[in-house]
Design a protein around this ligand. Structure first.
Ligand code: PHE
Length: 454
């Protein structure tokens, strides 16, 4: 007998899952440094536009695909292809989530390590040079980052293996609200530091002169990455969504939570950076090199806070990373359960093993394998760029084309408007449908081409 598919127990659990997937390293690690590099407030404005005009409509398409089929990514997309060959190619869709799950876990492992170190108090007395040297030595070493990567994946796999309600829901329901409390606490502290006002101004006063085509492409890529689009996470979570939930409302709330969190992370980090008299454009090393030193320098004002704040900060990164990693691993596990008929436990174990292996190569690419450089990137950087700048866009394009051109219009309408009962989405539908059919694919192709040349 076929088992009934598990469903989220309620709206809050559903929103916690979407928000948990969206809020992650993208918000705390990438967004602040991108905003720092690309003109602060101006970047935030552009980012918001990208999220609303392109990312949100794609969220709707991905979500409605999952909810209408009640199946995983590959099984859903397969139904739109007739030939056997086309159906076979659909299996390749799991490559993107596989790669992201693997390299994401490496940074998740760093966060775990930094959290443990923060608890031991090392960041209470680190100098700027020491902080930079520490990260360099740490990330290029062989064993520690690999062990942390494996522990990080083990925690995630243990949650996913327990299933939707007992594992994923339980963890997200506690962690996602906790993340907001943590980040608000850090914002309060960071903004009260001497000299933080300049950082606050930087985030509030737009300097549109800094918006270049490159910054625009970054904002677009960031909104895709941050909303977890194009790799099946939204699709798979939506397949666990009850029919009486509104996809449009869920999408709006996810964008709001995700964006608010990213901006809060900006306010948690940039004012502290300004307060320490450091340029905000430190790039990817901002969180792991610059911040520990900034926290330590706060020790002159309050030794207790300079001990506690890094703990809270790295705990928030760790929690956010786990909730996102869960959503990616679920895409893979769901695939092996549905398509290859493995038990959930076996499927989780298999995915865990493969991701550990790929992650180890990514981790080593900062050390012993750093000689492998492809167009100026190590293996980690390459996988990050290929998946975020190319595969996520291609995945999103596929979802938009399938919904806009292959799916029956009435079915799309019925899913988006809950069979015509949701008044707001009934009004929005004609515009939204036009947008998904014509505008979104053109924009995605343009972004894809820009990214290839970048
Ligand atoms: N959205 C997550 C973040 O911001 C990353 C992610 C990408 C999660 C793709 C799932 C799928 O960190």
């Amino acid at each position: 007998m076929k088992q009934e598919r598990e469903k989220f127990s309620g709206r809050l659990a559903l929103l916690a899952a979407f928000a948990g997937s969206a809020i992650g390293l993208g918000n705390i690690w990438r967004f602040p440094y991108m905003a720092g590099e690309n003109g602060g407030a101006a970047f935030i404005v552009i980012y918001l536009l990208c999220s609303l005009l392109v990312a949100l409509p794609i969220f709707f398409t991905e979500s409605l695909l999952g909810r209408s089929s009640g199946k995983g990514m590959v099984s859903t997309i397969k139904t739109f292809f007739n030939g056997k060959a086309g159906r076979k190619w659909c299996g390749l869709l799991i490559v993107a989530p596989l790669l992201i799950t693997s390299f994401y876990s490496v940074v998740g492992g760093w966060a775990l390590d930094y959290f443990i170190r923060a608890c031991t108090g090392v960041f209470g007395r680190i100098s700027k040079e020491e902080a930079v040297a520490f990260f360099g030595e740490y990330s290029s070493s062989v064993f520690e980052p690999i062990i942390s990567h494996i522990i990080f994946l083990t925690i995630t796999a243990a949650i996913v293996a327990r299933g939707l309600k007992k594992g994923i829901e339980k963890f997200n329901n506690i962690t996602v609200p906790m993340l907001f409390v943590l980040i608000l606490t850090i914002v309060g502290y960071s903004c009260s530091l001497p000299g933080a006002v300049d950082g606050i101004n930087y985030l509030l006063k737009p300097d549109f002169g800094k918006i270049t085509p490159g910054a625009l492409a970054s904002a677009m890529g960031q909104s895709f990455f941050s909303l977890s689009l194009g790799v099946g996470t939204i699709l798979v979570f939506s397949s666990y969504m009850r029919k009486d939930e509104s996809i449009v409302t869920a999408g709006f709330f996810t964008v709001i939570f995700d964006t608010v969190f990213a901006i809060l992370a900006g306010f948690a980090i940039i004012p502290a950076v300004f307060s320490a008299g450091i340029e905000a454009n430190a790039g990817p090393s901002l969180v792991f090199e610059t911040l520990p030193y900034i926290f330590a320098s706060m020790g002159d004002v309050s030794p207790i806070l300079s001990y506690l704040v890094p703990i809270l900060f790295f705990l928030s990164i760790l929690g956010a990373a786990i909730t996102s990693e869960i959503s990616m691993l679920e895409v893979l596990v769901e695939y092996f359960v549905e398509e290859k008929h493995l038990s959930r436990r076996k499927a989780t174990f298999l995915c865990f093993g493969v991701c550990v292996a790929i992650g180890i190569i990514c981790s080593l690419s900062f050390g012993p394998l750093s000689w492998i450089q492809i167009r100026g990137n190590n293996i980690f950087g390459l996988l990050d760029k290929v998946s975020s700048n190319l595969l996520m866009i291609l995945g999103s394009l596929l979802f938009a084309v399938v919904v806009g051109w292959k799916m029956d219009r009435n079915k799309v309408r019925s899913e988006l408007t809950n069979e015509g009962t949701n008044k707001v989405s009934v009004k929005l539908f004609p515009l939204l449908y036009f947008w998904v059919r014509y505008i979104v694919p053109v924009m995605l192709v343009l972004i894809f081409i820009t990214n290839i040349f970048n």
